[in-house]
Structures are given as structure tokens and as C-alpha cells.
Design a protein around this ligand. Structure first.
Ligand SMILES: [Zn+2]
Length: 637
């Protein structure tokens, strides 16, 4: 998964601008009717497998793999009924958000319910990570994360599923699943007779078990697709862009180059024969967006922009999600192999699942010339700076193990510090092996040693990796991943001939607000910038007189645009226009002592102030041949 919070992007824009039962042969038969939308809900019907227990629990998932957050999909199910063969109702009792107990279960012959979507409701409880959520936009778009539509019975997770999607003829389903049949006659399933049945068709899909079902999202919309062939793999791109700003063809061109590079990175072959990229673009303001990986697809929820505006981000996202095929989809611990959808156990190794994946996504781009080495150093610097905002006194293995509860607010650091752990390991391995063996070799070796159907024991991974590599790697894990010592960035980067400086003071103009001062809050359902804290504000911010809680409305009389592609250039423009002798002004909305909101104008003369650059990285022009050898093996193919 990859999550970008607008918060962090906004911070950057401002901060950097100045710079069971016994085995059965039976199966689940589901039908979801996309032509039958009522009150923003769709109808789902299940013909269950044979049940031998007198009482059984029916579950929707509490959580799904890859998200590391509670979803409680059962909240979106309403009007659930259970019936016997003759249509008589059986007793079905709700136990909690995600489970229902059915009495006289041996007689069960049908379950039906309505499902609301997670993308547009006022549901209380946890917000479902958007790329794992569900969307119902009648006639236009349906995002079927199957975990939100289909459930399973206690102890009956490992048997086949079939599901039929009833759709209107003009919609197309993008998915990594290979359909058993598409466009079948509506008579295939018993639909209620209605006048417009002639416009309906049925797509039929099969999954070997519930894990594969949940691993297979679908998006239905008017077709906008492209197919590309990369080495051995056929890659499908399906896109939904509400105002038509971007097309599947444009995305395909951009992704093709990334996949070609990833193929080389993984040793000349892609690890799948078929894969689908499923893109939903939103034209609404967003607080966060992201993507979620699956074995044969990935699903993207992103702000709608033109291909030029999003090219780099698209590549970063696609590279990240595709590399998840290596870990956790191939290399993973027992917690993930035997995934419990309703009583999840977390692994200690998010540094690898998310961190190494994110590291690879950047490293592949510099290795195969999609970005320059200078741009790559910038990518690393951003990760270091963002990581500074998170806890550094807790073992990273604990952040991972307790990511569902006490360290949930630290999750975003898996993409920052997690990737930097990957960076250190890669350079260390290359140094120790004389440039012959890096982190990608290690992950490929781990893939061969373990694999999709063979998990490692969570507590033994460090030991296993140490055995496969060097004692120094074991020491590294002990000190910096299991331990709480600060990552040895300077020492490690130095071996690759990179000069590192933790901090440098300089003087420049500033809009007065630094990383640690700003936050994003929803105002009238739109994300707005708010002063989160005034401590450590630079001299410009102090003289403007910001107060905690101020909502920023205007800069120099100009309304601040929505957080999106225009925002960065807006900030840049106002920085560039700064000169001594002029004034800088803000219009903020501020609550007074009586709790009433008033607009307040803040203004102060522009002066150069003391600022700090953090984590400066540079190529050492005097690097030794030994350092250059490590650098080349790290940055070149
Ligand atoms: Zn990820």
C-alpha cells in the first residue's frame, strides 16, 4: 500500500519552497446486481455452501491484507436476511459490526443483504483506506473491493467462491481476475423479471478461496482501457477519470517504462504473466490518497490531474505497488500467510513489506535512468526530513507489531524510515560484497527460500538473513531495527562517496511557516491549512503573529487554492515575489475568546530570516575508487 497524506505534501510545498469444518466440495455462489441501486446501495445474494453445524457465524472482514488498519466492512451491510429452501426466514442475529449468527444453519439456502459504499457515507467508526474501500455511483462507477461485498462462514474460508456481477451492457469490469465468462445472458442468474432486463448482462468470476477473492478487486465503469505487453507479462490498465483529464493510454505509456525497468531490476523477467492496474481518479478535494497492492493487480485512488502533472507520482505509485509482488506477496511471515480477516495478528517486519518496497521503487528509477542521480538524492532527503516528524525512540519492529493500536499514528513512517532502513542495508551489503550483492539479490534469494506458500517465522527473519549474508547485517538489525539507535546515515552514505550533513543554517526569505507548524483540517468538507503549533516558528512567522488554530485563507490578498496541483506553484510564486521593504500579509480565520470565528489580517515587513536545511546530500567529487565502486553498484544497472 502507499499512502500520501495531503498534509505531508502540503508541508513539503511550504517547507521546501524556501527550499473450521471438514473439507467440502461445495462452494459459495454470490450475485451482486449493479443494475439494482437503491439509496446508494446494491443488492447482494448468496447461495451458501452446505453447512453441517446447527449454528454458524457469517463474517465480513474486520481488516484486509496490506492496509494495516481496521476497516470493519460489516458496518456497510444492512437488511440482512437468511432463508431456507422454501423461502422461510431463519433467525439471524447480529453479534458485532462484522459478524452474524445464523440458527438452524443446516437449513440455510439463501442469504441476502444490501451494501452501502464506504466512499460516500457518514458512517461512524474507522475510515476505510480509500483504495480498500467501495464505491457505488449508479450507472457511472463501481469499485468492488470484494471484502466490502462478500463474506464468509466461520471455518469455511478455504473453499471456492463464484460471483456473478450483473451489469448494464455499457459498463466494463477491470480486474486482475480472469473471468470465467463475460456478457452472459441475465438468465444465467435468477433475476427478478423487469422491463429493462434486455440491457443487462452477467460477468462470472471464480476464486479458489476467500483469500484469493479478497485479493481481487474490480472496477466497473465505461471502458477506458489499454493493454501493454512487458516481457512475459500482459498488463491491463483500466482508468476512470470523471472529467476526462487523463486516459488509460497515457497512463500505459508512463507505466510501461517503469515496468521495463522493474523487469531488469528483478533479473529480466516479471514475476507475473497477467497484471491489472486499476485507476480511479477523483475530481473532489482529498485529505489523503493512495494505492493498494494485490497479487495480480493494484488499485489506485488519486486526485485527477493531467498526465504531465502526475507523471512522477504515477510512476512512484506504480513502481511501489508492483514491487509488492516481491514482499509481502511472496516473502512474508506466518501472520500474513494465515491471514485472519477478523482477528488479525501483525508482523514486526513492515520495514521490509513497505520500507524495502518503497526503497526499491526509488532505486529502480535511478538505476534505469527514469530519474537523475541528483533527483534521487532529493528523494532520499525528503524521506529523511519527513521521518524527523515521527518517533525515533521506539524500535521499528514495535512500530510494526503495534501498528493497529498504539503506534497507528506512526504508520506513515514505514515509507520514510522504512525505506531508509532499506537504503542502509543495500549500501552495506554492496560494501561487504565488493559490489556484487545488494538488497535486491537478498530479496530474490528470500523469494526462492520462502515464497507465496511458505512463510517465515516472524521472530526468525533477522537470524535467517544474517545467515544468508554477513554478521554485520545482524548487528545492523540489532542496533537500528530491533534497537532504537539513530540510523547511521552519514557512515553508510560515506561508503558510497556521498557527503552527508545533518543540518545547515542559512538566511533567506520565508513565508513564516515550517513543517512542524502546519496541519490540514477539513472546513466545510474541504481540506484547509491550519496553524498546528507556533513553537519553533521562524522570525518571519513570529512577527506575523500567527496563533495556534488559525485557518489560512489568503496570502497577499490572494485566496489560497485547494490543496492540489495548483497549490505548489501558488506558494512558489509568493516566495519568489518576496523582497526587502515590502510587506507579507495573510488573511486568517481565527476563533476569539467567545468562540466566534473572525477573519483577521496579519502583516509584517519582509526580512531575511535564519532557516535550516536538513539532511544535505551531495556527491563527493573526491570519492575514492573504492567508494565509487560501491556507488556505481548502488546507482547503476
Ligand atoms: Zn505498500
Amino acid at each position: 500500500m502507499l499512502l500520501r497524506s495531503v498534509l505531508t505534501c502540503a508541508i513539503f510545498a511550504i517547507g521546501f519552497a524556501a527550499q473450521g469444518q471438514s473439507k467440502k466440495t461445495s462452494s459459495y455462489q454470490y450475485t451482486v446486481d449493479l443494475t439494482r441501486v437503491a439509496n446508494d446501495r446494491v443488492y447482494v445474494e448468496l447461495t451458501p455452501p452446505a453447512i453441517t453445524a446447527p449454528e454458524i457465524t457469517f463474517f465480513l472482514p474486520k481488516i484486509v491484507p496490506g492496509t494495516y488498519a481496521i476497516a470493519d466492512y460489516g458496518r456497510y451491510v444492512t437488511d440482512i436476511t437468511a432463508a431456507d429452501k422454501k423461502g422461510n426466514k431463519l433467525t439471524i442475529e447480529k453479534i458485532d459490526d462484522n459478524s452474524w449468527k445464523i440458527k438452524n444453519a443446516t437449513k440455510l439456502s439463501k442469504i441476502s443483504y444490501w451494501v452501502d459504499d464506504s466512499w460516500d457515507t457518514n458512517m461512524t467508526g474507522p475510515e476505510i483506506f480509500w483504495p480498500a474501500g467501495t464505491n457505488i455511483e449508479e450507472g457511472k462507477n463501481f469499485v468492488l473491493n470484494t471484502s466490502g461485498f462478500f463474506g464468509y462462514f466461520e471455518g469455511l474460508k478455504e473453499i471456492p467462491f463464484q460471483f456473478n456481477v450483473v451489469r448494464s451492457k455499457d459498463l466494463y469490469g477491470t480486474t486482475g481476475l480472469i473471468p470465467a465468462q463475460t456478457g452472459a445472458s441475465p438468465n444465467t442468474v435468477k433475476l427478478e423479471k423487469s422491463a429493462d432486463n434486455k440491457n443487462k448482462v452477467v460477468d462470472i468470476y471464480k476464486a479458489v478461496d476467500y483469500d484469493q477473492l479478497v485479493d481481487s478487486p474490480l472496477m466497473y465503469s465505461k471502458p477506458d482501457t489499454a493493454v501493454i505487453k512487458v516481457a512475459n507479462a500482459e498488463v491491463l490498465i483500466g482508468s476512470y477519470s470523471p472529467t476526462g483529464k487523463v486516459t488509460a493510454k497515457q497512463i500505459a505509456e508512463s507505466i510501461r517504462e517503469v515496468l521495463m525497468a522493474q523487469k531488469e531490476y528483478l533479473g529480466g523477467k516479471l514475476p507475473v504473466d497477467k497484471y491489472a492496474f486499476i485507476f480511479y481518479f477523483t475530481d473532489k478535494p482529498v485529505l489523503s490518497y493512495g494505492a493498494l497492492e494485490h497479487s495480480y493487480s493494484s488499485l489506485y485512488y488519486m486526485p485527477e490531474m493531467t498526465i504531465e502533472q502526475m507523471n512522477q507520482q504515477l510512476r512512484d505509485f506504480a513502481a511501489h505497488e508492483f514491487f509488492h509482488i516481491v514482499t509481502p506477496l511472496t516473502v512474508h511471515s506466518e501472520e500474513i500467510e494465515n491471514f485472519d480477516f477478523n482477528d488479525p495478528k501483525m508482523s514486526q517486519h513492515l520495514w521490509m513489506y513497505e520500507g524495502v518496497t518503497e526503497y526499491f521503487a526509488g532505486n529502480v528509477q535511478v538505476k534505469y535512468n527514469l530519474i537523475t542521480p541528483e533527483q534521487y538524492l532529493q528523494v532520499l532527503q525528503e524521506k529523511m526530513t519527513t521521518a524527523d516528524q515521527f518517533k525515533n525512540d521506539v524500535p521499528f519492529t514495535d512500530i510494526s507489531k503495534f501498528t493497529l493500536d498504539k503506534y497507528h499514528d506512526q504508520y506513515y513512517n514505514v515509507y520514510q524510515k522504512g525505506a531508509l532502513i532499506g537504503l542502509c542495508l543495500d549500501i552495506k551489503l554492496r560494501k561487504l560484497s565488493g559490489g556484487k550483492y545488494g538488497l535486491r539479490n537478498l530479496l530474490l534469494d528470500l523469494s526462492n527460500k520462502y515464497g507465496k506458500n511458505k512463510a517465515f517465522k516472524d521472530d526468525e527473519l533477522f537470524e535467517q538473513i544474517t545467515k544468508m549474508t554477513y554478521p554485520e547485517i545482524g548487528e545492523f538489525f540489532n542496533k537500528y531495527v530491533k534497537g532504537t539507535e539513530k540510523l547511521p546515515l552519514e557512515e553508510v552514505l560515506n561508503t558510497a562517496g556521498i557527503l552527508y550533513k545533518e543540518e545547515e543554517k542559512y538566511q533567506d526569505f520565508s513565508l513564516g511557516i515550517g513543517n512542524e507548524n502546519i496541519g490540514v483540517v477539513p472546513v466545510d468538507e474541504k481540506p484547509k491549512l491550519q496553524i498546528a503549533s507556533t513553537s519553533n516558528m521562524n522570525a518571519m512567522g513570529q512577527s506575523l503573529g500567527f496563533q495556534q488554530g488559525d485557518i489560512l485563507i489568503k496570502i497577499n490578498g490572494e485566496t489560497i487554492p485547494d490543496l492540489g496541483p495548483e497549490f505548489g506553484s501558488f506558494i512558489q510564486r509568493h516566495i519568489m515575489a518576496m523582497e526587502e521593504g515590502k510587506n507579507l500579509s495573510y488573511l486568517v480565520s481565527r476563533k476569539d475568546a467567545n468562540g466566534e470565528t473572525k477573519e483577521v489580517e496579519l502583516s509584517a515587513p519582509i526580512v531575511k530570516v535564519d532557516l535550516f536545511r536538513k539532511h544535505l546530500l551531495d556527491f563527493d567529487p573526491e570519492a575514492t575508487p573504492e567508494q565509487l565502486a560501491v556507488r556505481d553498484s548502488w546507482l547503476k544497472p
